[in-house]
Write a protein that binds this ligand. Structure first.
Ligand SMILES: NC(=O)c1ccc[n+]([C@@H]2O[C@H](COP(=O)([O-])OP(=O)(O)OC[C@H]3O[C@@H](n4cnc5c(N)ncnc54)[C@H](O)[C@@H]3O)[C@@H](O)[C@H]2O)c1
Length: 415
């Protein structure tokens, strides 16, 4: 690949180092509202950057308001979005100075939905646009840029397009670790980036909570506990439980969290993550129940939950998420019916269902037992009658039957 003309708007902690990495391969111009110096990047005015560059990478700040950086207490403060002004300013200047169509790539971190709502509508149609946030840490910007865990490329519809492929061609010779490329909608890439960071915060928060308990309870070396958990690749450190669907359930997990709420109070650690986790679990169940109720009202159908036990192939209804969802359905004034041949609690359970209904596919054998390697026959407990609306929280059920509606709950791309 010959040298490509690359422009970078915003030469700060991220942008300058990234521009210099580009400059190892390409002809790079950069612009910043404050003076910047570089041996390899031509720092110049915005007009030259825009007019002379084929690709324009935007790495301007999307700042938080004062007091929201986490260095002083902020959890009591009103939540706020990042600032969008600098990105909009960069887009406005590209529109103003460009004399040809540009390949515009936004790197800056923004919340899911921002690009589609606030940025793309402002960019002239003559330009093409990708959202491409970086996973880069301070102190190792240049190394991180060419050794990324993944490269996220966001397009309007989440499909590979010509520009996305061109960006891969631009990056591939620069990368040192043959990275994974993740294509998604703008919104999905915004979400991957922000949830990547916040997963880390949640993980650190959990590890440090064990440290707090070690200090309060005694006879605990936090490293013994976290090292044992860190090696737990079957369920904790790995992709398992990364499929959104029904909530955590069963005889142990909900009650363990509830018991740890007590422990957090008893030892006065000063916060209660389990309360938050359990509250989230309940609100998630209520959100799902509300969705079932809306569908039931829209189609004038009863609500049936496929599976009452806390998982398939066992009778145990203890700690069941199905019944938690059912509770919220009833609270909304709707009757609930369950079909489950094994359930040990037969309240509201019917043997068969042969009428149209809104059906929640709570049980999915493949999701629950697929890790054992055993081939699971995922026969349903009853046949779905024509005109039914099937809500699949696991997003697996075939959508080809024309006489029923199958909604993949959690995938708002398709609907
Ligand atoms: N720093 C990181 O490690 C990192 C990693 C990944 C993503 N990000 C994201 O990248 C973006 C930039 O982060 P940063 O740490 O480099 O911020 P920064 O504040 O260090 O740099 C931003 C630069 O943009 C310049 N600037 C401000 N407004 C401008 C405008 N209108 N036109 C041109 N230049 C302008 C500033 O003068 C500054 O030099 C943020 O959205 C951030 O969240 C940063």
């Amino acid at each position: 690949m010959g040298k490509i003309k690359v422009g970078v708007i915003g030469l700060g902690k991220l942008g300058l180092d990234c521009a210099e990495v580009f400059a190892e391969h390409h002809e790079v111009r950069g612009y910043d509202v404050v003076p910047r110096i570089s041996d390899t990047v031509k720092v110049c005015d915005i007009q030259e950057v825009v007019q002379e560059s084929e690709w324009i990478f935007i790495a301007v700040p999307t700042p938080h308001a004062a007091g929201y950086d986490g260095s002083v207490p902020s959890s009591h403060m009103e939540p706020r979005d990042f600032g969008h002004e600098a990105v909009i300013d960069a887009i406005t200047k590209i529109n103003h100075y460009a004399t040809t169509g540009k390949k515009v790539v936004l790197i800056s971190t923004v919340l899911p939905g921002t690009t589609r709502r606030y940025f793309v509508p402002k960019l002239n149609d003559t330009h093409q646009f990708l959202y491409n946030p970086y996973l880069i840490a301070m102190g190792s910007v240049k190394w991180d840029m060419v050794n990324p865990e993944m490269i996220m490329i966001g397009t309007e519809d989440g499909a590979w397009n010509g520009l996305a492929k061109e960006l891969v061609d631009l990056y591939t010779p620069m990368m040192k670790n043959d990275p994974r490329y993740e294509i998604g909608t703008w919104d999905e890439c915004e979400a991957i980036k922000i949830f990547y960071n916040t997963f880390i915060s949640a993980k650190v928060g959990l590890a440090n909570m064990i440290q707090d308990f070690a200090m309060k309870i005694g006879n605990i070396n936090v490293d013994v506990v976290t090292n044992a958990l860190a090696k737990s690749t079957m369920r904790i450190m790995g992709p398992k439980y990364m499929t959104a669907g029904m909530g955590d359930a069963g005889a142990c997990h909900p009650r363990d969290n509830i018991a740890l709420r007590w422990l957090a109070q008893e030892y006065e650690v000063g916060y209660d993550l389990f309360d938050t986790i359990m509250l989230a679990r309940e609100r998630q169940a209520k959100n799902l129940a509300d969705f079932l109720v809306i569908q039931a009202q829209r189609h004038n159908l009863p609500i049936v939950i496929h599976g009452k036990a806390y998982k398939p192939d066992v009778p145990y209804c203890i700690g069941s998420y199905s019944t938690l969802v059912g509770h919220y359905v009833q609270q909304a004034g709707h009757a609930i019916h369950y079909v489950d041949p094994l359930a040990d609690d037969t309240t509201d359970v019917v043997i068969e269902w042969n009428k149209p209904a809104v059906v929640l596919l709570a049980h999915n054998r493949e999701v629950t037992y697929g890790y054992t390697g055993q081939t699971q026959e995922d026969a349903h407990y009853f046949d779905f009658v024509a005109d039914s609306v099937v809500i699949d929280p696991w997003r697996c059920h075939d959508q080809s039957r024309s006489d029923i509606t199958v909604i993949h709950y959690g995938n708002t791309r398709e609907q």
